[in-house]
Structure formats: structure tokens, C-alpha cells
Design a binder for this molecule. Structure first.
Ligand code: HEC
Ligand code: HEC
Length: 359
């Protein structure tokens, strides 16, 4: 499914969900456990939990500028940052595919696959930490990882990345503009800062935000019922804050155990209590970022929602409740802006630019 890229959330006016619950009787009342919900009451409860999505995920340590963001966008798409010169960040986090590759696990260097599903880069800069286990503290630290990771972009070493960037003549003016005052600005470290500055612009307002801002009609009746259910059953215990998640780590299988061989955050902290603990993912654009869960083993959003209710909350959702929650999650899908999805022109290679390595 692709949504329209209109940038507006206008929809025909509809009656508020309270009126619907009265009209549709028992079925709707059962779907929204609190009974008839007034949109205003629902909004007030939601705003207290989710706050307001910022326009940009700013960081004082990596000040944004147009030149830095544009350099980051170019680097994000440049496959010469990989050993085979065939893989860029965009290969696994396609910006026109909601920041993912649609596969359970991703094919990296020579088709090798890691153990985990590629999460979306959209809104990632808002998270408390990066990766499913939170092993990088922010997008600045994260951006260096995949380039030298042997199963991802597989560059032999950081100095090799410096060398390739310096060998491409067109990068010098772009780095100078992005890092003014630096005598020798072209480096892997600054490339990572620029990529992170670009990622910090990938914040995606959706119909849900229009609803939070006061537009009742931005969410359909099923979506409002789904939001009411989402709140009622306790999903925001974990999926909370402006990214509707990304704010904490939690055990997968908190109430009913969930089978996984992945040690989760234990690999970072070495504390037994962190075995099977993962970063609670953001649910923004989640309808577009399947397959789901850290191992990509969940093929439908319906199943993801039912498994969450059971394993995390010990609740069994009815078919109608599940449908409504999925409808609500679809209201977190944002129209993708051309400045995010547009492919940049890459600067040409120079006489000393090394060629691809297929070993
Ligand atoms: C071969 C596929 C692949 C490539 C190439 C790749 N990534 Fe990833 N990315 C992944 C996978 C898989 C994960 C999750 C790994 C984990 O959590 O252990 C991930 C995680 C991330 C995250 C963390 C998001 C979150 O919610 O925690 C960010 C941000 C990210 N990648 C950005 C990038 C950038 C920037 C590049 C290019 C420099 C890049 N990735 C290249 C597959 C890839
Ligand atoms: C106790 C904390 C907790 C609660 C409560 C919770 N979740 Fe989650 N949620 C998580 C964690 C942790 C993950 C990551 C799972 C993994 O690593 O495989 C997750 C993953 C998800 C995903 C998959 C996201 C993705 O990108 O793969 C969806 C969808 C989701 N939750 C929806 C819900 C819904 C709907 C509810 C309420 C019925 C809910 N969650 C309740 C902690 C929670």
C-alpha cells in the first residue's frame, strides 16, 4: 500500500466516535472498552502520553545546516562507502520504502545476512538509543557502524573510508560547506556526522498528529476506536512519547514468555536481567515497515498486535479490537516528502578512487 503524497490530512468530516458507539450499539462499545469516547477526551488522554512531535530531532552536538543535511543525504545514497561499491545505507533503509527493505533480515556484502530485521531510519533520531539492543547511543555513533561491519558494507577499516572519500574530488566542496572553518574537513567521522544530520530531518508527521492538534476528522471512527483500545489495554506503558515508542527498553515476553535465541540487550550490559530485552520500537509508519519484530518473523501487522497484547500485557484482543488497533496504527503512516525520497546526484570518482572489492 502506498499513501498519497499530498502533505495534507484533509478528510470528509465524520461524526465523533461517541456518536458512533451510540449508533452502532454493542459491537462498538465492546471494541472501545471504555464505551463511547468523545474525541476531545480521547485527544486529551493521548496528548498526555505522546506529547508533540518536533519538526526536527535536533542535537546541540551536531548542529544542523542545509549544507550538512545535503551532504548527509548524498553520502546516505553513495555505494562507494561499501567494499563492493554496490551497497549504500539506502539499500537496506530505502527512503522511498519507509526506511526499510521489506525483508525479515537484510542482504549485505556478498548477500550475507545478519540476525536482525532492519528498522526504519525515519524518526530513529528521536529514540533513546540506536539498534534493537541500544548499543549505539545516537545516530551520530550509529552511522559509522554499518560501513565497516563485515556483513553489511564491509569496508576493511576507517582509514580506507577516509581514503575513498578524499579520492572523490566532488566531496571536498560539499564537506567544506558542511563543516566551515575545518582545515581538512573530508573524513569518515564527519561523513557520519553529516549522515546523522540528514537522519535528524527524517521526522514524519502523520494524520495522528493532526488529530492531536485538534482535527477530529483526521482519524476515522475505527481509528479513534483503535486509539481508545490502544490506550485502554495498556500499549503506551511501553509505546509512549512523540515517536509512540523508542523511549525505553523492555522484555519481549514480559507476561507470557516469547521464544527467541536473540540475547537482546544482554549483549550490551552483560546483566542477566537484560536477556531478551529490546528497545521498544517506535510505531510511526509501522504499517509500512513489515515484516515485524527484531527477527522479522512476524508477517502481518494483525499478528504483531495480537502477539503484543498476549505476550506483553496478558490480554487477548477480539478480532474487532485488533482490526481497530491496526486502523489506528495506520494513522501513524505519514506522507513521504520529496526532500526525503529524491535521489541525489553522486559526485564523480577521481583518478585515484579505488575500485570495488569483491572479496
Ligand atoms: C546490509 C543492510 C544494512 C545497511 C547497508 C545499513 N543498515 Fe542500518 N541497520 C540494518 C540492520 C539489520 C539494523 C538493526 C541491527 C541491530 O539492531 O542489531 C540497522 C539499524 C540501523 C539504525 C538503528 C535504528 C533503530 O531504530 O534502532 C539506523 C539509524 C541505521 N541502521 C542507519 C543506517 C545508516 C545511516 C547506514 C549507512 C551508513 C545503514 N544503516 C546501513 C541494516 C543495514
Ligand atoms: C511491556 C512493553 C510493551 C507493551 C505493553 C507493548 N509493547 Fe509492542 N513492543 C515492545 C517491544 C519490546 C517490542 C520489540 C519486539 C521485538 O524485539 O521483537 C515491541 C514491538 C511492537 C510492534 C512491532 C514493531 C516493529 O517495528 O517490528 C508492534 C506493532 C507493537 N509492538 C504494537 C504494540 C501494541 C498494539 C501494544 C498493545 C496491545 C503493544 N505493542 C504493547 C514492548 C511492548
Amino acid at each position: 500500500m502506498r499513501i498519497q503524497r499530498t502533505g495534507t490530512f484533509a478528510r470528509p468530516r465524520r461524526a465523533v466516535v461517541g456518536a458512533l458507539a451510540l449508533g452502532a450499539g454493542l459491537a462498538a462499545a465492546a471494541a472501545a472498552p471504555s464505551g463511547g469516547q468523545d474525541a476531545g477526551v480521547l485527544r486529551a488522554r493521548a496528548k498526555a502520553l505522546f506529547g508533540t512531535l518536533p519538526a526536527l530531532a535536533e542535537s546541540p552536538a551536531n548542529p544542523s545546516s542545509e549544507a550538512r543535511v545535503e551532504l548527509g543525504r548524498v553520502l546516505y545514497h553513495d555505494p562507494r562507502l561499501s567494499r563492493s561499491q554496490e551497497i549504500s545505507c539506502n539499500s537496506c533503509h530505502g527512503l522511498d520504502r519507509y526506511g526499510v527493505d521489506g525483508e525479515p533480515t537484510s542482504a549485505g556484502h556478498k548477500g550475507q545476512r545478519g540476525e536482525r530485521n532492519a528498522p526504519t531510519v525515519y524518526n530513529a533520531a528521536l529514540h533513546v538509543a540506536q539498534f534493537w539492543d541500544g548499543r549505539a547511543k545516537d545516530v551520530e555513533e550509529q552511522a559509522k557502524g554499518p560501513v565497516t561491519n563485515p556483513v553489511e558494507m564491509a569496508m576493511p577499516s576507517a582509514p580506507d573510508v577516509d581514503r575513498i572519500l578524499r579520492s572523490i574530488p566532488g566531496y571536498a566542496p560539499l564537506f567544506r560547506a558542511a563543516f566551515p572553518g575545518e582545515p581538512d574537513p573530508v573524513s569518515f567521522g564527519r561523513a557520519a556526522l553529516a549522515i546523522a544530520a540528514f537522519e535528524r530531518t527524517l521526522v514524519t508527521p502523520a494524520p495522528f498528529d493532526a488529530f492531536l492538534a485538534g482535527d477530529d476528522a483526521a482519524l476515522s471512527e475505527p481509528q479513534q476506536r483503535g486509539l481508545a483500545t490502544f490506550l485502554e489495554v495498556g500499549c503506551p506503558t511501553c509505546h509512549v512519547g512523540p515517536a509512540v515508542g523508542g523511549a525505553m527498553f523492555q522484555k519481549l515476553g514480559l507476561v507470557h514468555p516469547y521464544a527467541t535465541a536473540d540475547p537482546g540487550r544482554f549483549a550490551v550490559t552483560r546483566s542477566e536481567a537484560d536477556r531478551g530485552v529490546f528497545k521498544v520500537p517506535s510505531l510511526r509508519n509501522v504499517a509500512q515497515t513489515g515484516p515485524w519484530f527484531h527477527d522479522g518473523r512476524i508477517a502481518t501487522l494483525d499478528d504483531a498486535v495480537r502477539k503484543m497484547a498476549w505476550h506483553q500485557l496478558g490480554r487477548e484482543l477480539t478480532a474487532a479490537q485488533t482490526r481497530d488497533v491496526v486502523a489506528f496504527l495506520e494513522s501513524l503512516t505519514a506522507p513521504l516528502r520529496p526532500e526525503w525520497t529524491r535521489k541525489p546526484a553522486l559526485p564523480e570518482r577521481g583518478p585515484d578512487t579505488p575500485g570495488p572489492r569483491l572479496d
